[in-house]
Design a protein around this ligand. Sequence first.
Ligand code: NAD
Ligand code: UGA
Length: 423
Amino acid sequence: MNVCIIGAGYVGLTTAAVLAKLGHTVHCVDENEQKMAALKRGDVPIYEPGLAELLTDYASRLFFHHDKQTYVQEAEVIFICVGTPSDSKGKPDVSYVNRAIADLTPHVNDKQTLVIKSTVPIGTNERIYNHLKNEGKHIRVVSNPEFLREGSAIYDSLHPDRIVIGLRHDDDRSLSVMQTLYAGIHAPYVVTSLSGAEMIKYAANAFLATKISFINEIARLCDAYGVDVVDVAKGIGLDGRIGPHFLQAGIGYGGSCFPKDVAALQQMAYEQNVRPYMLEATKTINDTQLNWYVQKIKRTLGHMSTKRIAVLGIAFKPNTDDIRESPAISLIKKLHAHGANVIAHDPKAVLPNVDVKQAKTIEEAIAQADALVVATDWDEYKQLNWAYVKQMMNGNVVIDGRNSLPREAIMNAGLNYIGVGRG
Ligand code: NAD
Ligand code: UGA
């Protein structure tokens, strides 16, 4: 099929690469001229494992443009993958989607299928359909939310747990279009209304965020009662009704989606006079988790103004260079504000304008450090030689903000280990 993708970010580029691998011809359009020029040269603007390789392998079917018109006109399927960030009140800002739709409206025709992949508030797909109809465009509109995780985006897109398709009740053609598009991907289909698909996306993210906040609250209780939260997560996670995933306690969830999507669903609830008690609690726990942990670090280290602290991790999670809403950066800022001499490190992400030095190597970060804090659970940090770390450091405190380090090995090296709710 001939596909046009509007918005070449984490989702748009991954979708483009995967659809090209499946045999389709894909034209990516983005209003960011610099990004498109880089992609045309073969430079990939983000770090996502396997993405650069796919873009190279299927370059003969992948094209990057700044101008939409021709590629929208010629496409059988048009995807909208532009961002939907939070506005200052936590409401989703759909202006990028609105602009993309306004731009393409004159160029679409009744034979095409318009697929909304961006995460959009309930009712947006229906509104887009009605707008196009009012403009005399009887194009089919499909809601096809995305569930990929950054860091494993290509794998997740090729092996999704499910494919959710939202359709209008009178649309008897789009499901087979989507099945043809995704032929080669084996996953159950969930077919629902346009609004049903929108709600599934928000509910999925809100549920995952709630699991994290739940285990973070249990971690605080574990600390108070001298219990190890890792044992508790294992003990409850083996119950098939609960499941082992998203029960890793830490310094809180971040990224471009959980914080904004929990806030968005909360706002949508208030708009309908529904009090979202669960979402409020999920957000409150996450908003207070870092302060709770910084208090714990302060109790361990005493006055921070005399301390050199190596913070390992800048990205919001491992295997990505994405720093949007990164808890690691919030932690770096808080430690710096407490007067600590912070030196940060990340294998891929770059510290934005913060008055803190970024080390090029882990060695440079930990040399002479009084404490080492792991803020992002990259494999590089889990695999450190702890005897060597002890030699390099001035102090002996290892603070595991992601409960991802080998506690025994660290303690055997003569270091003090402080986790999150580890008793
Ligand atoms: P992103 O910010 O990485 O990329 C968005 C791209 O769209 C940018 O390159 C921007 O220049 C471009 N753009 C914006 N308006 C445009 C327009 N009118 N015309 C052409 N290009 C335009 O965003 P993302 O992280 O890929 O997220 C996109 C959507 O997918 C969001 O709604 C997000 O909630 C959802 N989502 C993201 C992820 C993720 O892991 N990042 C996962 C699932 C769903
Ligand atoms: C998340 C969802 O997992 C995806 O399904 C969804 O498509 C995506 O949001 C989205 O809508 O954008 P992502 O944000 O890329 O994906 O990464 P996650 O692996 O979910 O991690 C999010 C945050 O939660 C990270 O800060 C991570 O460190 C934290 N986390 C995750 C925990 O603190 N504990 C856990 O057990 C798991």
